[in-house]
Write a protein that binds this ligand. Structure first.
Ligand code: BES
Ligand code: MN
Ligand code: ZN
Length: 493
């Protein structure tokens, strides 16, 4: 359903360009050199706009000049202070300019590479920013489709640069954003479509397309394997649970990604309030990200053995649903008392983390929309990070800074275990109100064998309901894909 935007690279001189809208980036306090360069193309209007302070180059500010020549509109975008400019600002400025142009109803757009920037990095940031910002999800609209504003063609102007490198960079950015789009689409589809079976079928499709191995454990397999966590959570739902395993043999060292795949979280018997409950269709975001990471890793031929594990189920109340007070036994033999059936994510992850041991991984990284408490701590800006390894934690922090998918480390002090001690079982699935993101991580730790494990709580970053961040339009963000890619690309460095 999604219309594809064509991307072209333009390598001739700017004067030859014919376009509906050309985006030019300017730093704050433009000097005459900056202006003179474009004075012919802008027909003197740029000088005027700067002189009258209609445009000052302040970061993110946009001003449009309507022209009469081959370039119909000049879109001036402020890049802020030169010394503060970086790849993240480039991405954001590009996204803002693209959205502005689209909202004008213009369907075709060109971008001049930002100055003072390695052209390949600059091209990468622009393509990433433009595509991330222009994402739309219209799969379920049947009316008014002709009126939707869309950019069909996008041209990157790279006059005088090494366009072989720039072209490579563009292709890579497109591959990465394709994977982000894939994840966002899965997140945004409702839970009456994206069931555990649907996710399992997606995994099978990926396996066929990318020639990797896919195994889906069914309910009877889970029973045989003693996966009492996912089995308990799934009991209230008529949709059978699935445990998805994807294996990509790209090298010797094994890295395992685990994603929470709760396709709808009503809370179960400990039912959630109806306010915002619709957003719980996003509770499979971790699982979706792992599907995206797997296809990206294979697509880019990353040199590792990468395993993706996705326990997927619904969490609903029902006649056969699991209940507060129940005691369940996990794949590794440990037991938990159920205090709250809404703390279901940790239960399905417990089985998956225990199961990951059989792949003998060097590192295990899980993505989960695990706790409201994490959203209270970090909001929508940072993903919560918990790890038993400083080395892995630091790698993830760095990957966050490089990709722009920020992470912040929170403590995993074993003294917090006190909070989840049970009188009747090895652990209980919910503690007091305080430190909720930490106690969830402490719970998971009981099921981890690997010396390098990290838990990423994406409850605050997986989706957004406001248009605050231009790179993340309303709905699923696809968080995790670009973070994991950075991590893997710098793994050996
Ligand atoms: N999926 C939710 C966490 C969540 C809530 C993510 C809101 C994003 C926004 C999770 O399964 C959950 O319900 N957690 C409970 C745990 C509590 C009962 C110990 C929570 O955070 O309230
Ligand atoms: Mn829940
Ligand atoms: Zn949940």
């Amino acid at each position: 359903m999604r219309l594809h935007m064509k991307i072209a690279l333009f390598t001739r001189e700017l004067d030859d360009l014919k376009t509906e809208a050309l985006v030019l980036g300017f730093y704050e306090n433009l000097d005459t050199g900056d202006i003179d360069r474009y004075s012919v193309i802008s027909d003197g209007l740029l000088e005027e706009a700067v002189r009258d302070k209609d445009f000052t180059g302040k970061f993110g500010k946009i001003f449009m000049l309507r022209l009469k020549g081959k370039v119909k509109r000049l879109i001036l975008v402020g890049l802020g202070k030169r010394e503060e400019f970086d790849i993240h600002k480039a991405r954001e400025a590009a996204g803002k300019a693209a959205v502005y142009v689209r909202d004008q109803g213009v369907k075709e757009l060109s971008f001049n590479l930002f100055e003072d920037f390695n052209p390949s990095d600059g091209a990468y940031a622009i393509v990433e920013g433009v595509k991330l910002a222009l994402y739309q999800f219209n799969d379920f609209k049947t009316q008014g489709l002709e009126d939707l504003k869309k950019i069909n063609q996008f041209t990157l102007v790279a006059s005088g640069n090494n366009f072989v490198d720039v072209d490579k960079s563009i292709k890579k950015a497109l591959t990465v954003v394709d994977s982000v789009y894939y994840v966002r689409d899965l997140q945004n589809k409702p839970s009456n479509v994206v069931t555990p079976t649907y996710l399992a079928n997606e995994a099978k499709k990926i396996a066929i397309k990318f020639k990797i191995k896919c195994t889906v454990l069914e309910k009877n397999d889970m029973e045989r394997l003693g996966m009492g966590g996912i089995l308990a959570v799934s009991r209230g739902s008529d949709h059978p649970p699935k445990f998805i395993i994807l294996e990509y043999e790209g090298g010797k060292e094994t890295i395992c990604f685990v994603g929470k795949g709760v396709t709808f979280d009503s809370g179960g018997i400990s039912i959630k309030p109806s306010q915002d409950m619709d957003e719980m269709k996003f509770d499979m975001s971790g699982g979706a990200s792992v599907l995206g990471i797997m296809q990206l890793a294979v697509g880019l031929k990353l040199p590792y053995r990468i395993i993706g594990l996705i326990p997927t189920t619904e969490n609903l109340p029902g006649g056969n649903a699991y209940k507060p007070g129940d005691i369940i036994k996990f794949h590794n033999g440990k037991t938990s008392e159920i205090i709250n059936t809404d703390a279901e994510g940790r239960l399905i992850l417990a089985d998956a983390l225990s199961y990951s041991k059989r792949f003998n991984p060097k590192a295990v990284i899980d993505f989960a929309t695990l706790t409201g408490a994490c959203v209270v701590s970090l909001g929508d800006l940072y993903t919560g990070l918990f790890s038993n390894s400083d080395e892995l934690a630091n790698k993830l922090l760095k990957a966050g800074d490089l990709s722009g998918e920020l992470v912040w480390r929170l403590p995993l002090n074993s003294k917090y275990f006190e909070y989840v001690k049970s009188n009747v079982a090895d652990i209980k699935n919910a503690g007091p109100r305080y430190a909720g993101a930490i106690t969830a991580a402490i719970f998971l730790k009981e099921f981890v064998d690997c010396k390098q494990w990290a838990h990423l709580d994406i409850a605050g970053t997986a989706w957004t309901t406001k248009n605050g961040n231009v790179l993340n339009p309303c709905g699923g963000t696809g968080v995790g894909v670009r973070l994991a890619l950075q991590l893997l690309e710098n793994w050996k460095k």
